[in-house]
Design a protein around this ligand. Sequence first.
Ligand SMILES: Cc1ncc(COP(=O)(O)O)c(C=O)c1O
Length: 388
Amino acid sequence: MKLASIREFIKADLSNLKTDNLYRKLRPVDNQKGHLLVNGKKIINFNSNDYLGLAANQEIIKNSLNDFNEISQCSSRLVGGNSTVFENLEKTLSMHRKTEASLAYTTGYSAVLGTLSSVADMNTTIFSDELNHASIIDGCRLSCAKIKVFRHNNMEHLLKLLRGVKGKKIIVTEGIFSIEGDMSNLKSICKLAKEFGAFTIIDDSHGDFVFGTHGSGTPSELNVNNLIDIHISSLSKGLGCFGGYVASSNMVREYLINSSRQFIFTSALPTHLCNFAIEAISIAKKGVQQTKLFKNVQMVRNGLRKIGYNTGNSVSQIIPIQIGSEKLAMEFASKLLEKGIFVHPMRFPTVRKGRSVLRLSLSASHTKAELVYTLEELYNLGRKHKLL
Ligand SMILES: Cc1ncc(COP(=O)(O)O)c(C=O)c1O
C-alpha cells in the first residue's frame, strides 16, 4: 500500500472517531503533593486505581529511594543480572498470594500478555469471559490458541462451550472486573476446570491487595486460592506502585523465564519500584486502608442507588454509572469536571457501543466531604439530564 493511502486511511479513521464521539485525547494535568490539578484547579480524582491511597505516601517513597543508585538497570534481568531486590519482591509476592513462586514484569499488561502467549499455543483452547480486559484479549490472540468467549460470569454457557472440546484447555477470567466492578464466579469456574481438566488463569489486578484476608486477593476471598493455576496482577492499582507480576508454581516461573518474550526481551522493572512495592505490601497487609476504602465504597454505592442511578452488579471499589450514549457520557464527564470532579467516560472499545459508563474508582484517600459533594453534584446533573 502506498504511503499516501495510509495517510488517507489514518485521516479518515480519526474523522470517523470524532463523528462517533469515540475520539480520545490526552488531558493535561499537574500533580501537587499527591493532589491532581486540572486547569490549575484542585479536583477530586475518581480515575486513579490507587485504591489504598498509597501512591503518594511520602514515607514509602523516601524509604524506597534509600539506596538509589541508578534510575534503571537499562537491560533485561537475563542479560544485565538479577539483583537481590527482584528476588525479595518475588518472595514477598509469593507469600502474599500463597504460591510457590512469582515473577515480576514491567507492567500488568505485559504479565498477562507474556503468560497467555507462553502457556497456550495453537493446540490449546482458551475459554475467556466476554468482559475480560484488553490485555487478556490481546494475550489470547497472540497465543494463536482457539478462543471461545463465554457470556459474562455465565457458568451454563461456559459448561456448554467446554463440552466436547478435546486437548489442552485454559479458563481465563478477571477477579474483579475492571469496568463492572463485579466479582468473577470463581468457585464455579474452578469446579468446571476440575471436571474438564482445564488450567485456570486469573487476572486479579483489581481484587489484589483489596479483597481476601490481608488483601491477598479475590481467590482467597472466595476460598479457592489453591485451585488457581496462575495468578496475574498489577502493582499499579491496589498497591499504588508500578509493574506487574505472575504468581504460580516454580515450574511455571521457570517456564516463563525461558519462554515469555515480554519478560525476556525488555528491560527489568527499576529496583526503586520493587522497594516501594515491598514496603507498600507490608502496609496493605495491616488491613487499615481496606477498612477505610470499604467505608467509602459503602457510602457511595448506597448513595448512588438511593439517588436512583444504575450501578449494575458492582461489589467493589469500582462503581460504574450506566449512561449509554457516548455523547451523553462525554457531556456528563465534562460537566462534572467543571464542578471539580474528575471521572472518565468509558466508551467503545473499552465497553460495547452505546453502553458508555462513568466509572468511579474509589480510594481510601477520598474524604467523606469529597464523596458527599460528589453525590450531590451527580444528583443535580442526573436530574438536569433526566436520567433520574
Ligand atoms: C484487568 C486488568 N488487567 C491488566 C491491566 C494492566 O495493568 P497495568 O496498568 O499494570 O499494565 C489492567 C489495567 O487497567 C486491568 O484493568
